[in-house]
Design a protein. Structure first.
Length: 228
């Protein structure tokens, strides 16, 4: 890890707001919306991860991937969504997950799911939501752990489109408070599912994928801040 990457402070909300504005403006000027920077120009294959092996920050190992659900399994105004992750190495060493993947330490990806960012058909953020553990086969940690490490999420240095990387990092920094609420609501919903399904609360037998969500009104969010 370079000295610069190791010492860089987490992005402030004001810095995040300026970065979101800057990246969206540049995408518009280039007439290339968010989704066309991620999926092939001839369209996305439903359920496929873009990029294939996820976009992984070369310093901190945070990651993202984007995918598109088939019609009928997504809201009509959604194009697709980003799944955002922290790597387990970004959490305290030896910290036990609340729920493990069925494969345990042999799981393919040692990540914990942070949040999902839904994008509309114009390339504009439309909502945040959390998903049940089985959706991403994550190592599930409690909300308080995830909230503490929200500032550690950074995907500025993946090998994917720079504007997309910076936009995603900044969106998480801009909405840390809202994401914290969603993570707490996720855990409360998990508790309800545990009471009903026991250990199956975290797998497909529960029949529940989305645990909490809120719409995004980016203009209102930016207007609420004291931006120079």
């Amino acid at each position: 890890m370079t000295t610069e990457a190791a010492t860089k402070q987490p992005m402030t909300q004001i810095e995040a707001a300026h970065t979101v504005i800057e990246t969206i403006t540049e995408m518009a000027q280039e007439q290339k919306p968010l989704m066309l920077r991620v999926v092939p120009e001839d369209g996305a294959t439903f359920w496929t991860h873009y990029p294939k092996n996820d976009a992984r920050d070369k310093f901190c190992k945070s990651r993202w991937y984007y995918h598109v659900h088939a019609p009928g399994s997504r809201d009509t105004d959604e194009h697709g969504h980003f799944h955002l992750f922290l790597h387990r190495t970004q959490l305290p060493e030896g910290l036990e997950p609340k729920v493990w993947p069925p494969q345990g330490e042999d799981a393919r990806a040692h990540v914990t799911h942070l949040i999902t960012l839904s994008i509309d058909t114009n390339g504009i953020p439309r909502s945040w939501f959390t998903v049940n553990r089985f959706v991403t086969n994550e190592f599930l940690y409690p909300a308080d752990v995830m909230i503490e490490h929200l500032p550690d999420f950074n995907v500025d240095h993946t090998n994917q489109d720079d504007l997309v990387n910076r936009f995603v990092t900044a969106m998480v920094a801009l909405y840390r408070d809202e994401i914290a609420v969603l993570l707490k609501e996720r855990d409360m919903r998990h508790a309800e599912l545990e009471a009903e399904f026991g250990e199956d609360a975290y797998n497909k037998k529960s029949g529940v994928e989305v645990l909490s969500q809120i719409p995004i009104d980016l203009d209102t969010k930016l207007s609420s801040l004291d931006l120079e």
